[in-house]
Design a binder for this molecule. Structure first.
Ligand code: PSU
Ligand code: MN
Length: 302
């Protein structure tokens, strides 16, 4: 049921670095054709480090690890139906031979199954604002307690309740490492006002902590919070206004469940005149770069 590209399979067997990429960001997170450009650029950035990039999706019921350019175009161009697939949805999409874009939880799970330990994304899902009423908590968080994967993300999306997201992770025993920061980055902007317990200043430091965790056999993943570079960071006051407006619109329309995140991302892109989309792309690129550098040190020691 899982089709792994030949070179990626070889690299995994030989303990060579591979960085996985998710596909929900392609099909549900960004408009066409920017999504294709961004997906290809992510792969390039990883490959520039001499590391293999493996974009993962479900194509006609096959779990494909290492999409080709044609396959990226196929799930990106909105001509065919592509489901948003989290952990729970994988068996359905495979059994029904559907197309599925994998979220952070589903991508981490497949990484764990095939032996990929590094994964770059934009922002993970978390505890939504108003979760005390709606119970809307992304299964991305729970996945960190299961799959042994290092997830590189620009913090959690600013559309979430970041304080509750951090509390939830603490309760679940999820390790969060800030990269060159003492505070949790808020996706579009560098600052959230939420202090992190741990800071790493080099990929070497991150790699060492990952090694110790997994050598000890401690379950689950690690969340590396990597802030967007200063030159691209969105002023928080400005982006928060757009987020509030998007959330109000969402509540008015009664949008719920798995449609929430895609709706908010596209609404915010609209409100900010595409500026948020540019920021989104840059933060993903930045995560790809750090994930590739860390994977290289972890596997090759250099
Ligand atoms: N990061 C982005 N854009 C995205 C996502 C992450 O820059 O679209 C996706 C990821 O796939 C993540 C999902 O797992 O949003 C979270 O969705 P939900 O809140 O429904 O769990
Ligand atoms: Mn949800």
């Amino acid at each position: 049921m899982i089709r792994i590209r030949e070179d990626i399979l070889e690299a995994i067997k030989q303990n060579k670095p591979v960085v996985a990429l998710e596909s929900t960001i392609i099909s549900h997170g960004m408009p066409y054709p920017e999504n294709v450009r961004s997906a290809n650029r992510c792969q390039e950035i990883i490959q520039e480090q001499g590391v293999l990039a493996a974009t993962i999706a479900i194509i006609d019921g096959d779990i494909v690890v290492g999409l080709t350019e044609e396959e990226i175009e196929y799930i990106a161009n909105k001509k065919v139906e592509v489901l948003k697939v989290s952990r729970k949805d994988i068996p359905v999409a495979v059994a029904k031979k559907q197309n599925g874009a994998l979220t952070v939880s589903a991508t981490s799970l497949i990484c764990d199954m095939v032996g990929i330990k590094f994964f770059a994304t934009g922002g993970i899902g978390g505890v939504h604002r108003g979760a005390e009423e709606t119970f809307d908590i992304s299964c991305d968080l729970e996945e960190f307690t299961k799959s042994k994967v290092a997830v590189f993300s620009a913090g959690a999306k600013a559309i979430l309740d970041l304080e509750k997201t951090m509390e939830y992770m603490e309760t679940k025993g999820i390790l969060v490492l800030g990269y060159q920061t003492n505070e949790l980055p808020a996706f579009y902007s560098r600052e959230s006002g939420i202090e992190l317990e741990y800071r790493c200043d080099t990929p070497e430091e991150i790699a060492k902590i990952l090694k110790v965790k997994w050598d000890l056999g401690i379950d689950g993943g690690v969340f590396i919070a990597n802030p967007i570079p200063k030159e691209f960071s969105y002023p928080s006051a400005e982006i928060n206004k757009a987020i509030d407006e998007a959330i109000e619109e969402m509540n008015k329309l009664g949008i719920k469940g798995k449609k929430t995140t895609p709706f908010l991302l596209s609404k915010i892109t609209e409100i900010t005149n595409n500026k948020s989309l540019e920021v989104n792309k840059e933060l993903v690129y930045n995560n790809c770069d750090l994930a590739a550098k860390t994977a290289k040190i972890f596997w090759l020691g250099a």
